[in-house]
Ligand binder design. Structure first.
Ligand code: 13P
Length: 250
């Protein structure tokens, strides 16, 4: 295992309410002190102001789930990287498979979003992952390498500032988790690709995501190239998320 503290990121997706968020953070604050892992919560954009205030007194950083590929201008409904910075956003997920799938985001758009985030001082969490059909066709490596290559190509030496999340699409929200060996295999491929792109940079975190929960988190985090988790469903339940943070801090 690496000595760098693990990074655990919750992705709330389209969940939350003012009252539920406040109750969640109250529970988190009571349990989170002294954890030697890094943690963040990526919340719906409308709750950033509320969560900025609530998380300020905790070690948990604030994250967004997406950002615009544009800097500023007539882009109705979009939120720019600079706007996110106004709310002390530290991380922004880019290229989540739900955005690639339901909003048609391309590798090139994801790369531009990562660029926007970096330019605003926000760490992009770049999601890559294959569908079940791609895995069954033996395309896992080529798919994740293609997705990451686009981001590497667009971001040059800044690539050392990114976080990568391997999220096999077939494992998201399905209860099907990649086995620790399956996760490690893909993480090792991504690690080699990052090293080749930025040989002298410090180790870049590669998170695993896809039905990660309190029961499987330990075996996944024990893998040599798994530096943390990007957690969906289990990050909505305070006690579950807390126990995952405790495992990550071992
Ligand atoms: P689940 O943990 O609900 O499978 O979601 C994973 C995910 O998509 C995190 O970004």
């Amino acid at each position: 295992m690496s000595k760098t503290p693990k990074l655990m990121v919750g992705n709330w997706k389209m969940h939350g309410s003012l009252s539920a968020n406040a109750a969640f953070v109250a529970g988190l604050t009571a349990g989170v002190s002294g954890f030697a892992c890094r943690a963040a919560l990526c919340v719906p954009a409308v709750y950033l102001a509320q969560m900025q205030a609530l998380l300020a007194a905790t070690p948990v950083a604030l994250g967004a789930q997406d950002l615009s590929a544009h800097d500023v201008g007539a882009y109705t409904g979009e939120v720019s990287a600079q706007m996110l910075r106004d709310f002390s956003v530290r991380y922004a997920i880019v290229g989540h498979s739900e955005r690639r799938q339901y909003h048609g985001e391309t590798d090139a758009q994801v790369a531009t979003k990562a660029q926007r985030a970096l330019a605003a001082g926000i760490t992009p969490i770049v999601c890559v992952g294959e569908s079940l059909a791609e895995r069954e066709a033996g395309l896992t490596e080529s798919v994740v390498k293609r997705q990451l290559a686009a981001v590497i190509h667009a971001n040059g030496h800044c690539i050392s500032e990114i976080v990568v999340a391997y999220e096999p699409v077939w494992a998201i929200g399905t209860g099907l988790t990649a086995t620790p060996e399956q996760a490690q295999q893909v993480h090792a491929v991504l690690r080699a690709q990052l090293r080749a792109a930025s040989a002298h940079a410090p180790r870049m975190p590669i998170l695993y995501g896809g039905s990660m929960n309190a029961s499987n988190v330990a075996s996944l985090l024990d893998q040599a190239d798994v530096d943390g988790g990007l957690v969906g469903g289990a990050s909505l339940k305070g006690p579950d998320f807390l126990s995952m943070l405790a495992v990550a801090a071992r």
